[in-house]
Design a protein around this ligand. Structure first.
Ligand code: RET
Length: 278
């Protein structure tokens, strides 16, 4: 595996802090999504629980990624006058990029599952969509992995191109087939679905771009740092922000489905009434 031998102090701190930010976001979103399940109707709770699982799995992997990164480099030259402090790769296993792919292999199919689950489509339609989306997403990640860990640019381009085939297929299913399946849904659902799909496209698109950094002439430490920032920020958007949007949709749909639920949720708390009267 290609490993960056030396990072400047600023590069090391940037990656360190971005990984820490991602870990905190994943952990906090897990707690939030589990805590708010009573705020939606039971039929939408599965989508929220699956979204919380995605964030939990990612929080675990960010812990591993964080440890792997901070153990992989050692500060050299600190405190010596006239010598710039740098972080050098320690001999050994180095930084394990594989954790990200293990994470995606689990979380990407679950993200697609929660997208379909929150729409509450008829069971046969749901099953049909998932049978296409889930195998394609696994194939996309598996084909991307050999390209990620090779230093050979040609091999990287070939695996990247192969992985892009199932990626395009997933977009086709989401933008064409899912639209057909959701045609009979109320107007509101169509709008929500559109928002979800565009967030998905905007965030998922960051992964192949980050993967391609070494292929567009960015190399060495810069490419490594940009890739870590790209993957981490995209992960926060694709999992945490996406989870919050799933919650928002589940809540709108719950209120839409049941006027009693909407009324109960909108009622002012008795204590605030008492407070206002006082
Ligand atoms: C790879 C390899 C290069 C080609 C393509 C890729 C796509 C990766 C994607 C990953 C999505 C990950 C998500 C994780 C969050 O949980 C594998 C980088 C197309 C789309 C959504």
């Amino acid at each position: 595996m290609e490993q960056v031998l030396e990072l400047s102090n600023a590069q090391f701190q940037t990656v360190y802090n971005v990984l820490s930010l991602a870990l905190a976001s994943m952990a906090a979103t897990t707690v939030f999504l589990l805590a708010v399940t009573p705020r939606v109707l039971p039929r939408y709770r599965l989508a929220l629980v699956v979204s919380a699982m995605v964030c939990f799995i990612a929080a675990y992997h960010y812990m591993r990624i964080f440890d792997s990164f901070s153990d992989a480099y050692i500060a050299v030259g600190a405190g010596t006058p006239g010598v710039q402090e740098v972080f050098q790769l320690v001999k050994g296993d180095g930084f394990n990029e594989g954790y990200r792919y293990v994470d995606w292999l689990l979380t990407v199919p679950l993200l697609l599952f929660e997208t379909v689950a929150v729409l509450a489509l008829p069971a046969a339609v749901r099953r049909g969509l998932l049978w296409k989306l889930i195998p394609a997403s696994a194939l996309m990640i598996i084909l991307g992995y050999p390209g990620e860990i090779t230093a050979d640019i040609t091999a990287k381009a070939i695996w990247g191109a192969l992985s892009t085939i199932p990626f395009i297929y997933i977009l086709y299913v989401l933008f064409v087939e899912l639209s057909k399946a959701a045609k009979n849904q109320p107007n509101q659902v169509g709008k929500e679905l559109n928002g979800l799909r565009w967030l998905l496209l905007a965030t998922w698109g960051v992964y192949p771009i980050s993967y391609a950094f070494p292929m567009i002439g960015l190399d060495g430490a810069d490419s490594f740092v940009y890739r870590q920032i790209g993957y981490s920020i995209a992960d926060v958007l694709a999992k945490c922000l996406y989870g919050l949007l799933i919650f928002k949709i589940a809540r709108i749909k719950s209120m839409d489905d049941s006027p009693e639920f909407a009324e109960a949720e909108m009622k002012e708390a008795p204590s605030s009434k008492a407070g206002a009267a006082a």
